[in-house]
Design a protein around this ligand. Structure first.
Ligand SMILES: Cc1cc2nc3c(=O)[nH]c(=O)nc-3n(C[C@H](O)[C@H](O)[C@H](O)COP(=O)(O)OP(=O)(O)OC[C@H]3O[C@@H](n4cnc5c(N)ncnc54)[C@H](O)[C@@H]3O)c2cc1C
Ligand code: FES
Length: 497
């Protein structure tokens, strides 16, 4: 049987004790939905401010994207500040910068004050370019304008020359699960407790209900369709990572200037190489790990591959996370999402901001991150792009001709075929075993795409993912896709209930 869940470098290094499932009815001052880094940090801050809360987690604690991060703690989020100033003005861009810089200092104090041993290390962060000097120079100036001690350099510890790099001093990296396993110990968490709905002040799971004054969604991509309409203003992007055992040393963390570019950091005797970014649902032919491996061979020929894994994160329309009140109609619901693959600092920003909002303390960063903002200038191109992708997923696939012949599918591959007028997602294992599913996403019904690389069915609309056998892997969908019985000799698929 193929396996498609790759272990990240962090997964052997931390232990989370098992927690019970939420059953029956109860009350709490605050309920947090999702125990990833955002949920855990928010619960920690709320507890410090005297708010009693419980976390409801659909799987195990920290079993979401946080488990697969590269855990660079930095306010250098790609090339961002020049664009932020253009879209939001210098004042808001500076607030974005200081919110994230403060988050780095907070990690340092939290780790020190609680004696947490989690490989936390201060070091500079770089964004480099191999071909675009101008953008790097512009970013250095923009970051300085926003109050960061940024500098330009063309000397890096990377194994190839660069045109230039932005350097931020006093950034950091750590082992995220070692950190969270300590913080989680003192929190009230219920595992295997997927939230399926919220009604006013009541959170509903399959097994029970919790009534709460404050409800906080930290479930990564929100599973609710209305209110808030987050599905119309967010999608997900995946990236791939290799951990390579090599003595090659780096003086900081590195990220290429391009959206799908490379990323580098060290952890103990390994170098973590990331790259291959793409919109979830757009990896039909695979090859992302292979191209990372080819790249690794070129620059680190002696390195030995120890781990390989992938993950995805939510992308907002204007590049700034949504942190604040969930919607105008729900004053007691809060959200933190859309971290653009920079959720280490922005989850800390969220924990501060949401706990301040709940305890009635003013927070200067509310105006930057509020999900109720809508900057047409910054958002319109992305909004049109979102609409286009959803339209393709929902409508055009219905019109596209699909092959009807099972022999068109090679062993080890999958695709959607048409059987007796109905579309069926077929995966043929290397041993010719067939897994058939209904290739329709259980979130909003988009047609799923086969992901050859990870043997999964991925949704191009908002990024839900399902295993080859239909099991749900990633939200926003909350239900598996329907598995079908399949008989090759008489090719008709019937639903397994
Ligand atoms: C390849 C990659 C590398 C990255 N590297 C970095 C980096 O170097 N630095 C950085 O700052 N950021 C990085 N990021 C981004 C960062 O990892 C994420 O932004 C962050 O981990 C998101 O945390 P979260 O708590 O919001 O989500 P998650 O960790 O996914 O937590 C959400 C939790 O909610 C649970 N859940 C979902 N639905 C429900 C429900 N209905 N009911 C109950 N529970 C539910 C899930 O099971 C999950 O445990 C990277 C991202 C990727 C993809
Ligand atoms: S994730 Fe929204 S339709 Fe699939």
């Amino acid at each position: 049987m193929p396996s498609n869940r790759y272990l990240s470098i962090w997964e052997n290094g931390a232990f989370f004790e098992e927690r019970p499932q939420w059953k029956g009815e109860g009350t709490a001052e605050a309920v947090i939905i999702g125990a990833g880094i955002t949920g855990i940090l928010t619960a920690h801050m709320l507890k410090k401010k005297g708010i009693d809360c419980i976390l409801l987690e659909s799987g195990r604690t920290a079993s979401g994207q946080t488990r697969h991060t590269t855990a660079k703690i930095t306010s250098l989020h790609g090339l961002m500040y020049d664009q932020l100033i253009k879209d939001f003005g210098k004042e808001k861009a500076s607030l974005y910068a200081s919110a994230n810089e403060e988050a780095i200092s907070q990690y340092a104090s939290l780790i020190k004050d609680n004696g947490i041993s989690c490989h936390f290390e201060k070091l500079p962060a770089y964004v480099y370019s191999t071909d675009d000097l101008l953008s790097i120079e512009r970013e250095v100036e923009a970051a300085k304008e926003c109050g960061i001690l940024a500098s330009f350099t063309d000397k890096t510890s990377l194994p190839f020359p660069v045109k230039g790099a932005v350097r931020f001093p006093e950034q950091a990296q750590f082992h995220p699960l070692e950190f969270l396993s300590v913080l989680a110990k003192s929190l009230t968490i219920y595992e295997n407790s997927r939230v399926i709905g919220i009604e006013k002040d009541t959170v509903i799971t399959k097994e029970g209900k919790v009534k709460a004054k404050h409800i906080i969604l930290t479930s990564h991509y929100p599973f609710l369709i209305t209110p808030g309409y987050y599905f119309a203003r967010m999608h997900q992007e995946r990236s791939y990572c290799l951990a390579l055992k090599t003595p090659y040393s780096l003086d900081g963390t590195y990220k290429e200037d391009k959206k799908d570019g490379y990323s580098f950091r060290r952890f103990e005797d390994m170098l973590i190489l990331g790259g291959g970014g793409h919109r979830t649902g757009e990896n039909k032919t695979g090859g992302q790990y292979d191209s990372l491996r080819t790249y690794a061979k070129q620059y680190f020929p002696e390195a030995e591959e120890k781990y390989s894994w992938s993950a995805q994160d939510c992308q907002t329309l204007d590049g700034v996370p949504y942190i604040g009140q969930f919607s105008d109609q729900t004053p007691n619901w809060y959200i933190a999402t859309g971290f653009h693959k920079w959720g280490m600092t922005t989850s800390m920003v969220a924990a501060n901001l949401l706990s301040d909002m709940i305890t009635g303390k003013e927070n200067p960063y509310e105006q930057v991150f509020t999900p109720q903002r809508f900057k047409l200038t910054a958002s319109i191109t992305s909004l049109l792009d979102e609409t286009k992708h959803s339209a393709v997923g929902l409508v055009l696939k219905k019109l596209k001709p699909v092959p009807q012949d099972l022999s068109a599918i090679n062993p080890g591959s999958g695709r959607v075929i048409e059987l007796e007028g109905e579309k069926v997602g077929i995966y043929k294992t290397k041993e010719n075993q067939i897994f058939a599913v209904d290739p329709k996403c259980t979130h909003l019904g988009c047609q799923l795409e086969w992901n050859e690389e990870e043997e999964t069915w991925d949704c191009p609309c908002h990024g839900s993912r399902f295993n080859y056998d239909g099991t749900l892997l990633d939200e926003p969908a909350g239900e598996p896709i329907t598995r079908r019985e399949f008989h090759e000799e008489s090719p008709e698929a019937e639903t397994i209930l």
